[in-house]
Design a protein around this ligand. Structure first.
Ligand code: FMN
Length: 169
């Protein structure tokens, strides 16, 4: 492929951009571990299986948060709403309190579920698989709540966007 703006797999930054040309939602992956709210923003998400109920997230092996988060009794995965874009950015920041100003509900086993999000999944870690420089974390869904009328945040071309129905109006 030559007549494209972004080409090649040799340069990591270029490939990262290419991967973000697949539009996705943004998840708040979070739990309380040893009394501390812990989490990160994740866009690498796939629904995998209905029976058993499984979903997949991919986490950078360089993540400083995952080794702690993986010890949680349960992990919340919330689909961030359009009006929560600020939180999507904050949950990836290294400099600020990632949970400042955010409204999470803590489940008994530790999962943090984001109030006002599009969908909230309470999960436990099923298995962890090698995925190159990332870990492929298979999560078992133990509970779910969703609000289809809430507008989701979209991550496309490394930019936050909003979703609009085709032929709207
Ligand atoms: C929109 C968005 C999507 C992200 N998706 C992922 C992802 O799928 N996997 C991942 O490991 N990190 C992802 N990140 C980066 C993490 O949120 C976080 O910044 C990174 O893990 C470094 O912080 P840590 O060392 O605390 O883990 C994403 C960040 C943003 C802003």
């Amino acid at each position: 492929v030559t007549d494209a703006a972004v080409t090649g797999v040799d340069d990591a930054a270029t490939l990262r951009r290419g991967f973000t040309l697949y539009p996705r939602g943004v998840m708040a992956v979070a739990a309380v571990v040893d009394g501390v709210s812990t989490g990160l923003a994740v866009s690498a998400f796939v629904s995998v299986s209905l029976d058993p109920p499984l979903m997949l997230i991919c986490v950078d092996k360089a993540s400083s948060t995952w080794p702690t988060l993986s010890r949680a009794g349960s992990i919340g995965v919330s689909v961030i709403a359009e009006d929560q874009a600020w939180l999507g950015r904050q949950l990836a920041s290294r400099r600020v309190d990632r949970f400042a100003g955010a409204d999470f509900e803590e489940r008994p086993a530790g999962a943090l579920l984001l109030a006002g999000s599009v969908a909230r999944f309470e999960t436990t870690v099923e298995t962890v698989h090698d995925g190159g420089d990332h870990l492929m974390v298979l999560l078992r869904v133990v509970d779910m709540a969703g609000d289809p009328d809430t507008a989701p945040l979209l991550w496309h071309d490394s930019t936050f966007m909003s979703v609009a129905p085709l032929n709207a109006g």
